[in-house]
Design a protein around this ligand. Structure first.
Ligand SMILES: Nc1ncnc2c1ncn2[C@@H]1O[C@H](COP(=O)(O)OP(=O)(O)OP(=O)(O)O)[C@@H](O)[C@H]1O
Ligand SMILES: [Mg+2]
Length: 355
């Protein structure tokens, strides 16, 4: 069995996806799930040499740090709304399509919802229509771009063109960029454009108003459904385009966009507790610990909720770290003691202190 785990590690390195370019997005869309390997018992681990043991631990830390995406009720709810909005995307090209806005606080799974939806949609379209358009262009049903701080209108168009690897992205003027964009989206027959972290645009100032008008223009020009994701978008006046008072009523975005909220897990009701336990079971089953199992986290449900406030990002952080500690300390199971030693993100720690 010598070198077995070292072999593993070579193919088992963490994947680096750059989703904001078509090659990276394509890899993400078509990547097979990580191949699973056996979880060793304590006796089996005892038979490993020192190096094998280290390699095995490294391989399972990679495994444990990549928890599966769980079909939570939040995710299912968001999917059903995107599906519904896309249903009207079957309108003819001259008619306006709606957009979806995933609006929630940090760390609740917005990006996960958007990218997983995009992946499923992309695969489905390729299965149905093949990977080339009738004109022989690459068929790219989905484009994904995250926005960075202080993105201007020009920057947005450049990022979109960059996704397609369009050579004009760097050199074209502002007006030409928009023309190229309409062109490339048309020839690649893109149907869904996901723009993540749109909260980086401040819709209350001039740049924001310009951006808002541009997004409306794109929605008019392109036969595409937009999915936006970001933090506190309603407060940031994404929907009313930065307009206030009576003028806000005139904002077209509010009439065209469907808002999807994502809530943290709440254990106040029985149904909420059931959903929380379900995700803990799913994660517990996934983790590779000699004495761990799907039930390991269930008795810790209240404590884990207190520490993470039911936020999925804090939860995944906590579990990576807890399983690391369980391996290092040799407990090989996540227990009260292990949890007590884990530090989670700052917001989670502060939230737990308040409770
Ligand atoms: N349905 C899910 N199942 C499993 N893990 C999830 C799920 N949703 C989110 N996560 C995990 O939670 C973490 C945060 O998720 P994500 O990045 O999607 O949140 P976000 O709302 O986009 O955060 P931010 O506001 O920081 O952009 C990630 O590690 C992700 O893998
Ligand atoms: Mg995100």
């Amino acid at each position: 069995m010598s070198n077995y785990w070292a072999e593993w590690l070579r193919i088992y390195d963490t994947d680096h996806f750059t989703l904001s370019r078509k090659q990276g997005w394509d890899r993400f869309v078509n990547s097979a799930p990580r191949e699973e390997f056996a979880t060793l018992s304590r006796t089996q681990m005892g038979r490993l040499s020192k190096d094998e043991r280290r390699d095995y631990n490294e391989a399972r830390m990679v495994w444990n740090a990549n928890l599966p995406t769980v079909r939570t009720s939040q995710l299912a709810h968001a999917n059903s709304i995107i599906d519904m909005v896309l249903a009207s995307a079957r309108r003819d090209g001259d008619k306006l399509r709606g957009s979806v806005v995933i609006d929630a606080e940090p760390g609740l799974g917005k990006t996960t919802i958007a990218t997983r939806y995009g992946r499923a949609f992309h695969r489905d379209q390729h299965r149905r229509y093949g990977t080339e358009t009738p004109e022989g262009h690459q068929f790219l049903p989905v484009a994904f771009i995250p926005i960075a701080a202080q993105t201007t209108l020009k920057g947005l168009n450049q990022r979109l063109l960059n996704f397609y690897g369009h050579p004009a992205a760097k050199t074209a003027t502002k007006d030409r960029l928009a023309v190229h964009l309409v062109d490339v989206v048309g020839s690649c027959q893109t149907r869904l454009i996901i723009i993540d972290d749109i909260h980086f645009v401040d819709f209350r100032n001039r740049n924001g108003t310009e951006m808002s008008n541009h997004l409306k223009w794109l929605a008019n020009e392109l036969p595409v459904t937009f999915v936006f994701a970001g933090v506190d978008l309603e407060q940031k006046r994404f929907f009313d385009e930065g307009l206030t008072g009576e003028e806000a009523v005139l904002a077209q975005t509010a009439r065209r966009a469907t808002r999807v909220q994502v809530a943290p897990f709440s254990i106040a009701s029985d149904a909420g507790m059931t959903a929380w336990i379900a995700i803990l079971r799913a994660f517990g089953t996934h983790l590779k610990l000699a004495d761990g199992d799907g039930e390991m986290l269930v008795p810790l449900a209240h404590e884990i909720h207190r520490r993470t406030q039911g936020r999925v990002a804090s939860l995944t952080n906590m579990l990576d770290r807890a399983s690391y500690l369980a391996i290092r300390s040799g407990t090989e199971r996540i227990t009260d003691d292990v949890l007590a030693k884990v530090r989670v993100d700052n917001a989670g720690e502060n939230g737990a202190r308040r409770l």
